[in-house]
Design a protein around this ligand. Structure first.
Ligand code: ADP
Length: 693
């Protein structure tokens, strides 16, 4: 326990160090003042060395800023008049909060930016990469209009926002380039040059933009595919709630990134209104904290209480409703509370993941690692956007994808472990099933001898004491005999079932006279039909060719089918017959009994399946054993029936003649695989005692 607390403390200290250190760097960097290549008082002078040493240079620093004015290149009176302090603004940044003549600007409005760039001629074609400018602009270089996005205007009605990155050519005249940008914003919380324009070689900048587009698209593609995969997993196995929430996280974040980066979505839907981009971005942003909460709740059960979960979910749900139903300019003003909510949720979730990792819950450490990497990339991005670190790419998407891949690995690992566990358990179940069968067979076997002894003793008592017993004693002895016999049939059925299941029955095949066999079975069953208006008919031709079967087993089959027919036919007729086909004989047993519902045609052949539970003499094993025996003979069995009208069971069996003739004694050649290991038929058959006999 003490060790766990230590681990927790060390991790928290490391995080604090990281965050604190970054903040200190940011603050000291701000105090250190301007960056080396930053504009001062609306002018930026670059040397040939600057252009040679850097791939691209941010045009940041102090730009001239004319609030509430849309000026054209020819309208600047800078040389004649000195500009006021508040007519310079720091780029990158929003004009929101900038004070002009005592008045604090809101994000809504319009303004003109101007920068004079002194740049030596290196003979290379220069260009400027314009990152998203919020939320519409027009750009002139040396008096020539070279780019515009959306429609600039002085009112919400006039302005048509459009945000998309672009590269424009820069042709300095005598080493001088005057850059004038008109910007208008009435919908976004950030307004103006929030990201700095970037100067570099025209082709290199274009290349950079394409690379960004490709990287962004690939990352988004990966996130969406992973998300889709997990959603599919949830559809197939709805108990995997963590897959559902992880899939949704991926989907929302993927879609959010298409809108946020503006590189990919804008390429496919250039006409889409900016408000749609903003709404998608905000929905993705606000869906993430609740979904992450639900993911952690389900992925590490027992760590987070329901109450904490609900407390974390409610603000997210409210924010989502606002984003869905309020206008863009309202909910973009709520970005700060939303960010605070997201950060608080993130911290709490990290706390739970950390606790799960300490308790060694499956996958928690990997998730902690992924989340840490993700937060480090966010910090690096924050530092970059504050100009404290050397210019690099944006790390956030890589951090995100790293964390998502970690989560994907965790869920896949769990999936694989669950699969392995199922395999282990099903192996164990099969073992137990075998043990159960063995136990059943052994016990039945052990019961059979004493039981037969008891029946025999009771029968001999009845016989020897005939006339000396009173009616009550005789009745009791008869009950012992009949109950004992019923038990004995059950034991025989269980033993047969178990032997058939284990392929433990060997057929003694020979040519069997079907007419005679049917007659024997009908004779045995006749007493059972006595007292009922029931006719038993043998329609098997006397001169029919013999069939290839184990006589005792074929008798057992007929006995089961005819026995059932007698049991379930109160009156009418029961017929046994045979139809001679070219390849085999079809033997049928039909009755005019109660019939079987069509939807039960399959289930009656399953073990212990009884439709008529009131029948106490049956075990529900008869038809299962019959089917197995028919199949063992290489045939098949089917049933046709109509409720209230009767049933017809029919099965096939091969002819004996053709089979026995082929290759002398080799029965195996034309027969089903189940015959392959059978011994050659012995002379004569074996008699068995059947139930109800
Ligand atoms: P049981 O030993 O209980 O008769 P079976 O496996 O032989 O078990 O039969 C399964 C069920 O199929 C029976 O419980 C009965 O409901 C139904 N069944 C079998 N044969 C007939 C028939 N000829 N007519 C109506 N129902 C039948």
């Amino acid at each position: 326990m003490a060790r766990n607390r230590w681990l927790y403390a060390v991790y928290v200290c490391l995080c604090l160090l990281l965050v604190g250190g970054s903040l200190i760097i940011m603050i000291t960097d701000r105090e250190a003042g301007q960056r080396e290549h930053a504009a001062v008082r609306g002018e930026l002078t670059l040397t040939e060395d600057d252009l040679l040493n850097f791939d691209s240079i941010w045009l940041d620093g102090e730009w001239e800023f004319y609030a509430n004015e849309l000026l054209l290149p020819g309208q600047f009176r800078r040389t004649a008049e000195r500009l006021r302090e508040d007519q310079y603004i720091r780029v990158p940044g929003s004009w929101h909060g900038h004070v002009v003549q005592g008045q604090t600007l809101t994000s809504k409005g319009y303004a003109t930016y101007r920068l004079v760039l002194r740049v030596p001629d290196t003979g290379k074609q220069l260009g400027i990469l314009l990152r998203p400018i919020y939320s519409t602009y027009r750009l002139w270089i040396n008096g020539e209009l070279v780019a515009q996005a959306g429609k600039v205007g002085t009112s919400r009605a006039e302005v048509k926002p459009f945000i998309a990155p672009k590269v424009v050519r820069l042709h300095p005249a005598d080493g001088l380039a005057e850059i004038v940008i008109q910007v208008a914003n009435f919908s976004q919380r950030k307004a103006g040059l929030f990201s700095p324009p970037e100067l570099g070689e025209y082709d290199a900048l274009n290349h950079l933009l394409t690379r960004k587009l490709v990287v962004e698209s690939v990352l988004i593609g990966i996130i969406l595919i992973i998300g889709f995969n997990h959603l599919l997993r949830f559809v197939l196995m709805p108990q995997n709630k963590d897959s559902l929430f992880f899939g949704l996280i991926c989907m929302f974040l993927g879609i959010k990134n298409t809108a946020q980066g503006q590189y990919s979505l804008a390429l496919f839907f250039p006409e889409l209104s900016n408000n749609v981009y903003v709404t998608i971005e905000y929905i993705g942003f606000m869906a993430a904290p609740p979904l992450f909460t639900l993911f952690i709740y389900h992925a590490f059960p027992g760590m987070m209480s329901r109450r904490v979960r609900d407390v974390l979910l409610i603000p997210g749900a409210c924010f989502l409703l606002i984003v869905l139903f309020a206008p863009v300019h309202i909910y973009t003003q709520m970005a700060v509370p939303m960010q605070i909510y997201a950060v608080l949720v993130a911290l709490l979730l990290i706390h739970y993941v950390l606790l799960s990792a300490i308790r060694k819950l499956e996958g928690a450490r990997l998730l902690l690692f992924g989340a840490t990497v993700f937060f480090v990339t966010i910090l690096i991005d924050i530092l970059i956007s504050n100009g404290s670190v050397v210019k690099t790419g944006t790390f956030f998407p890589f951090g995100l994808i790293f964390m998502i891949v970690c989560m994907d690995i965790i869920l896949s690992m769990r999936f694989a472990n669950a699969y392995r566990m199922i395999e282990r358990l099903s192996g164990r179940l099969l073992d137990l099933d075998r043990l159960k069968d063995e136990f059943l067979a052994n016990t039945s076997h052990e019961l059979r001898t004493p039981l037969n002894g008891m029946i025999g003793l009771a029968q001999s008592l009845l016989h020897s004491l005939q006339g000396k017993l009173d009616a009550n004693q005789e009745l009791h002895l008869n009950m012992i005999v009949s109950s004992g016999k019923r038990l004995s049939y059950l034991i025989n059925d269980i033993l047969d079932y178990s032997r058939l299941s284990n392929n433990d029955i060997r057929l003694q095949l020979a040519s069997v006279n079907l007419h005679q066999l049917a007659q024997v079975v009908l004779t045995i069953l006749k007493p059972l039909a006595a007292g009922r208006n029931l006719v038993l008919l043998n329609e098997v031709r006397e001169d029919m060719p013999g069939v290839l079967a184990d006589e005792n087993r074929l008798e057992q089959i007929l006995f089961n089918l005819l026995g059932n027919a007698v049991k379930y036919t109160p009156q009418g007729q029961i017929t046994v017959g045979a139809i001679e086909h070219a390849e085999h004989v079809e033997i049928y047993v039909s009755d005019t009994g109660i019939g079987i519902p069509e939807d039960k045609f399959e289930s009656i052949f399953r073990p212990f399946e009884q439709l008529d539970k009131l029948d106490e003499t049956g075990t529900g094993l008869g038809l299962k054993i019959t089917k197995q025996l028919v199949e063992l003979h290489g045939g098949s069995i089917k049933v046709e029936s109509r409720l209230g009208q009767g049933s017809r069971f029919s099965f096939t069996i091969p002819y004996a003649e053709g089979m026995l003739r082929i290759a002398g004694n080799s029965l195996t050649s034309r027969m089903s695989p189940c015959f392959a290991s059978l011994p050659s038929p012995p002379p004569g058959g074996r008699r068995r005692n059947f139930r109800n006999a």
